[in-house]
Design a protein around this ligand. Structure first.
Ligand SMILES: Cc1cc2nc3c(=O)[nH]c(=O)nc-3n(C[C@H](O)[C@H](O)[C@H](O)COP(=O)(O)O)c2cc1C
Length: 213
């Protein structure tokens, strides 16, 4: 097994350049640049690993979709009753990790998390396609499903409800806003001299540090 794992390539032969000296003064601009670039090459560039910590201090992580980048906040959305929602209520800090193997790039962000205004969360919900709204209305995310027929029944009930109430969002649907205190950009290099640039938010300015690979 170990040999198989070691034999798999991680990155394509051609990798993009990362000119650290020319990096902008804040991470948002560079993030959007890399996201756009990734969008031309990889599937789901907006899929991101959201890491949280539970009440016992044990980390948890799962992939979600990035909903927006507004100013210095990165937004994701989920149910406040899901395990990650419960974890964020107890411990409102998170990390977001983007990995685009096709570009040899990783971006890591970490910082405090706030809830968007209820009308913003509601608008996020009503903008979802009907099937996604039904799925979110069913709720009970990550609970044990004893019988798949229970899901069919709940989905049918939710479908009827959503059809009759297209502008209503469940109170549990929530946009979470991550305002990073640190953002790190990582660019793979075939000679292993991977390039890393970290932005640290300090007294209202972004401090840039180049990191050892
Ligand atoms: C590509 C992808 C995108 C996903 N997007 C979301 C999302 O935006 N919101 C969400 O609640 N779950 C999303 N999921 C499902 C989560 O990964 C996870 O299974 C679910 O939210 C339950 O997580 P929890 O038990 O840690 O709360 C996505 C999964 C994948 C693979």
């Amino acid at each position: 097994m170990e040999r198989t794992l070691r034999g798999w390539p991680s990155f394509p032969r051609e990798l993009p350049e990362f000119d650290i000296e020319a990096a902008p003064s804040g991470p948002r601009e560079l993030f959007l640049e890399w996201l756009d670039e990734a969008g031309e090459h990889v599937l789901a560039p907006h899929a991101v690993t959201l890491s949280t910590v539970d009440a016992d201090g044990v980390p948890d992580a799962r992939v979600v979709i990035l909903k927006d980048v507004d100013g210095d906040t990165w937004a994701v959305a989920t149910s406040s009753e899901s395990p990650k929602g419960v974890q964020l209520a107890k411990n409102p800090f998170a990390a977001l990790t983007f990995f685009w193997p096709g570009r040899g790039r990783q971006i890591r962000l970490r910082g405090p998390v706030e809830l968007a205004a209820p009308e913003v969360s509601a608008a996020d919900f009503t903008a979802r396609p009907p099937a996604s709204r039904v799925e979110a209305f069913i709720g009970r995310q990550s609970q044990v499903l004893e019988d798949p027929a229970d899901l069919d029944r709940a989905a049918e009930e939710a479908r009827r409800w959503v059809e009759k109430n297209p502008d209503v969002a469940p109170e549990t649907w929530t946009r979470y806003l991550v305002t990073p205190s640190e953002v790190e950009f990582w660019q793979a290099s075939h000679d292993r001299r991977h390039k890393r640039l970290r932005y640290r938010h300090e007294k209202d300015i972004w401090v840039k540090d180049r990191l050892w690979p």
